[in-house]
Design a protein around this ligand. Structure first.
Ligand code: HEM
Length: 466
């Protein structure tokens, strides 16, 4: 469809689904247009409440389905994953920034890149970078909190603190690089990129990439800023080398990518992908976790007492049974606030979902935000109840903060470990509480789910801490 096609023509072309799957009409969609753009999470909750676990949206061409039932979700992401690719608007928009990096790339390039990157996330390697993540947390907290005397506190935007930690941790652990010189530029560029990607993803009219629209121009400039920083990292590493046993450029992610013989442009795509996928998500997850702990002081006390009782600091790989409550808090926070709120796939050939035959080209939208709130899977789904994760045997069907199947998040263990380390570094000596006049910020669906307007919390240094 040409970029000049009018909105009216496009809306007229939309027909209700003939699959027999319930869903909103094109008129409903036209009416909801503004609210969908402003708050897609509430819109998705509303349609799933109204139409059930399989919802059809009125779009021209092949069907677009919202898939909520955990069995159907597993079918798309895991069992029949070969038939469901990433040629979707969501990943198309993302690839304008991340290029052919792992997150948005398709077979056959994807599997080769995943194989190259995987050792950077192996357990042995994660254990080795725990110190770096601890240092990233300590530096961000001391810069962000200043010198708080015991018993005193201040209101800080923990969203901006966790973004700093997230970025710094990725830089140190995956690129062995101190990104602090570039931190503000990178944070600005990734947040601009995220906003533009979301804007493109929600745009009703596709525009050609070359068209000089304001979004395209800003996107190109943003990508150029990210490329400049990552190109410097690559050039510095090529010049310095960092040989270790069995490698020329080092055994961190950057070294593995360079050793593999990838072209610089491919390495740049992977670095930009990791910067975006690896810090936006963890920052969002930590921000909501801290808010939930501020709202639930007993859960926070229990976490503090678990962490204070350890004989050595938390590491990225601490097993669940060493810090069971901390892990349960993380799991529950990721259930209620899954940063990756939407995952999309397009079918390569015909298939059957939830008993419905769908043609090739069908779009499946899976929202962990919705799947995690199904009352059928989660009793009292809206409540923060970490204890539901204490029993390792408890069924985890319908839990997918990191996706499922072959495209499962490569950074899952790193992310969970990083969250545990950061909670340890902050909460053994500090308490998070709700500031006066508190109201819970609205969850805003960007590339990850973030609190609209930040997350001001009262951080108090505990009396009796050195
Ligand atoms: C709480 C933190 C995180 C969450 C909730 C999260 C969530 C996800 C999800 C849901 C996917 C699957 C997307 C799909 O199936 O389409 C994914 C993929 C991915 N994530 Fe994460 N992620 C997190 C942290 C990280 C970190 C720390 C990194 C790297 C440093 C990372 C890098 C990636 C990459 C590269 C992929 C694509 C993997 C592939 O397709 O092979 N993520 N993530």
């Amino acid at each position: 469809m040409s970029g000049r096609t009018s909105v009216a023509t496009r809306l007229q072309a939309m027909q209700p689904t003939d699959l027999g799957v319930p869903g909103p009409t094109s008129l409903d969609m036209a009416r909801a247009f503004r609210s969908v753009r402003r708050d897609p999470l509430s819109f998705l909750v509303e349609v799933s409440q109204r139409y059930g676990d399989l919802v059809a949206f009125p779009v021209p061409g092949p069907p677009a389905l919202l898939v909520n039932d955990p069995d159907d979700v597993r079918h798309v992401l895991q069992t029949a994953a070969r038939n469901w690719g990433k040629k979707t608007v969501q990943y198309g928009a993302l690839s304008r920034v991340t290029g052919q990096g792992l997150l948005a790339s398709a077979e056959p390039g994807w599997i080769e890149h995943r194989r190259v990157a995987a050792p950077a996330f192996h357990h042995q390697r994660l254990e080795a970078v725990s110190d770096q993540v601890r240092a990233a947390a300590d530096e961000a907290f001391s810069a962000g909190l200043g010198a708080l005397s015991p018993g005193s506190g201040r209101v800080v935007d923990v969203a901006s603190l966790t973004h700093r930690v997230g970025l710094d941790a990725v830089g140190r652990a995956l690129f062995s690089a101190d990104l602090s010189g570039h931190a503000q530029q990178l944070l600005d560029a990734t947040s601009d990129a995220a906003e533009l990607v979301v804007r493109l993803g929600r745009s009703i009219l596709p525009t050609a990439e070359w068209a000089p629209t304001p979004t395209n121009v800003r996107l190109r400039l943003t990508r150029r800023r990210l490329d400049a920083i990552t190109s410097d990292l690559i050039a510095e590493r090529r010049a310095a080398g960092r040989p270790t046993a069995g490698s020329v450029h080092g055994d961190d992610l950057l070294g593995l990518l360079l050793d593999s013989g990838m072209a610089d442009a491919e390495v740049r795509d992977e670095l930009v992908t990791m910067v975006i996928a690896g810090h936006e998500t963890v920052a969002g997850a930590l921000t909501w976790t801290l808010m939930l702990l501020a709202e639930h002081p007993a859960a926070q006390d229990r976490l503090r007492s678990e962490l204070s009782g350890l004989d050595r600091p938390v590491s990225l790989l601490d097993p669940r049974d060493r810090i069971p409550w901390t892990r349960a808090v993380i799991d529950e926070a990721l259930r209620l606030y899954p940063p990756a709120w939407a995952i999309s796939r397009r079918s390569l050939g015909p298939d059957v979902i939830g008993g419905v035959e769908v043609p090739a080209g069908t779009l499946a939208i899976i929202s962990p935000w919705l799947v995690h709130r199904r009352a059928e899977s989660w009793p009292d789904p809206a409540s923060f109840r970490p204890e539901r994760f204490l029993d390792p045997a408890a069924a985890r069907s319908g839990y997918l903060p990191f996706g499922q199947g072959p495209r499962l998040c490569i950074g899952r263990d790193f992310a969970i470990g990083e969250m545990a380390v950061v909670l340890d570094r902050l909460l053994v000596d500090h308490r998070v509480g709700l500031p006066q006049g508190w109201s819970r910020p609205e969850a805003q669906a960007q590339v990850a789910v973030h609190p609209r307007g930040g997350m001001p919390l009262l951080v108090t240094r505990l009396a009796g801490t050195a």
